[in-house]
Design a protein. Structure first.
Length: 116
């Protein structure tokens, strides 16, 4: 089992920045990818960014160039630096730890609200 706890969400004006953190505990001894997803009201959860154990990164096209994903394996922590935030970035952001399709874990989510 892996426990994931997100933090860093909040209310920010358009153009502002936030930094999300995701701390992992429990079974963290194996290589695993991590990622961020988000879900806006009335919409399905969508992919935002991901990072492999070795540090390869992947981004959804609408956030590329504005968001930066990173991880500190020694601290079992992942980050999402979000710059130039837009109202359409408003959502609950979820942390994900991925071993296999059937062996993955989710955090409880943290709210990000961007006002116009």
């Amino acid at each position: 089992q892996v426990q994931l706890v997100e933090s860093g969400g909040g209310l920010v004006q358009a153009g502002g920045s936030l930094r999300l953190s995701c701390a992992a505990s429990g079974r963290t001894s194996s290589d695993y990818a991590m990622g961020w997803f988000r879900q806006a009201p009335g919409q399905e959860r969508e992919f935002v960014a991901a990072i492999s154990w070795s540090g390869s990164t992947y981004y959804e096209y609408s956030v590329e160039g504005r968001f930066t994903i990173s991880r500190d394996n020694a601290k079992n922590t992942m980050y999402l630096q979000m710059n130039s935030l837009k109202p359409e970035d408003t959502a609950v952001y979820y942390c994900n730890a991925y071993y296999t399709l059937s062996d993955q874990y989710w955090g409880q989510g943290t709210q990000v609200t961007v006002s116009s």
